[in-house]
Design a protein around this ligand. Sequence first.
Ligand code: C2E
Ligand code: CA
Ligand code: CA
Length: 549
Amino acid sequence: MLKLAFTRDKPTSPHEVAVAFLRRKELLAVLIGVTLAGVPMGAFNLWLNYFIEQQGQDEVAAVARRSVAMVDARVARLVDGLNDLAQRGIDSCRSADIEALREANFAITSIKELSIIDPAGETLCTDLGLPVGDRKVVSSQPLTADAAFAIEVVSLGDGREGMIRIRRVGNGIANALAALAPTELLVPQIIFQGSPLKSDATLTTRNGFLLASNGVGRSNEDESGRFVAAAQSERYQLEALIHLAREQVWAAYRRLHTVGTVVGSAIALAIVGFALALPARRRGDPIAEIERALAAGELVPFFQPVVDIMTGRLRGAEVLIRWRKPDGSLVLPGAFIPLLESSGLIRDVTRALMRRACDEVGAAYSRRPHLKIGFNLAAAHFSDDTIVRDVRDIFESSPIHLNQVVLEVTERQPLENLTLARRIVMALQDLGASFAIDDAGAGHGGLSYMLKLGVDIIKIDKMFIDAIGTDRNSATIIETLIELARNLRMDIVAEGVESFEQVVFLRELGVRAAQGYVFSPPLPAKSFLQLVEAIDPSQASDQPTAAAA
Ligand code: C2E
Ligand code: CA
Ligand code: CA
């Protein structure tokens, strides 16, 4: 009886390379995290810049509107005053009229003088009763849409004093009334965030005539350094144009910017922390963990011998997957195969397992063309023909020949598309591979269904072998399966054979092939190869002995 203790292989260098590669990947994740952390910070700053720009623009527009409203109110007082005087018939330089002008000036306040102007535009007299002196009208523009009032720039004396004059335009026959006011009266006062600031405020007529300007900051500063807004008066043909220095707006929001930097940094720190934690988190994610194990070469094939119980010769082996952890412990497939199947990773894993089996036992197999090697397939392998291409690509040019390959499909898992599965089975058989129904009899009546696949081998499930000698029904089922296999010209293999009595029983029923602990557990490649050499010496070393015999 063959009994071999399994030995553990040392980690191979490709494995170490793969682990190193994974470490690099983790490092990359951290680097990407750090880089990504700059994004929210940048985005926040961009948003803040946009916000401040928007605030500046809104602010300057509001200043323009406020300025125009103020000018409107002041001009309205003058216009109302002039209308009032006109209604009272004040239009001459008689002392009663001058007296009325003086009272009006006192009531209106903030004007320099009220005057009577003749149809030719000459100032006849003022409320001050002083000689009129030199005055020149620099410009005259309509103040109201109906041109009943004009707004004028007037220079007094030697032209050094600029004044604004609101004139009630007469009918061209009678004298008219006018109010003279200092330019400053109509210059918009700019208050921003509670303090005066570096800015330009200009009052023009709607058609662009300059009436007044504060002159502050009217430097050759280019427009990009300033916010600009204009607002038009609703009542008069006036327009205020405001320029606000950008630096002032930014200064007002400096505190906000500090807050922004703090918040942005906090977000960045959180992301860096997350990136650092990511590899650790992935370690807790079973799928990521298996992917890592696959990349690190921790998923390895074990080989369980299949023995001819008539002759004692080796017929081959079934490949059974093991997860060999870096600490040397072995994980059995029951613990991770369901996850591989549900995640779809089973395809990658099967491919890797086939390649690795070729590497590890290929040489021994190429010298023993009669040996078979079985691989377990999952239901997922029958959803498209990828497996056909995989098997062809892997074994076409491998030391293991395609006709040494056996593919096992379990009766426990129903196949969704039997027609497609049948096509896949046929395509693989055409390549030279054979097919086995695994766990036959255990699939609750699925056997007849599975037989439609047109397989070559039936593997009797362990539970029937276990029942040998105790359960009469089990013997009947085994006999039925053997009969079925014979009729369909299929091979039969007994699984999970653990005792000598079972071997005898199976032999008597005519079963030729068996696998189970009674012969050997699944073995790592190295032990399996020692076993192969021991019970099936290769042709090369066999030759002289054979010749001598
Ligand atoms: P299975 O294909 O029916 O494989 C036979 C199972 O029975 C193996 O369990 C084997 O170690 C165990 N076994 C063999 N002889 C005896 C025995 O005498 N007594 C007892 N008690 N057990 C015996 P293992 O290796 O744990 O695999 C369990 C199942 O995991 C396999 O059942 C198969 O369905 C699945 N599996 C293993 N490797 C792969 C793989 O590479 N791909 C897929 N899709 N499934 C796999
Ligand atoms: Ca199997
Ligand atoms: Ca089985």
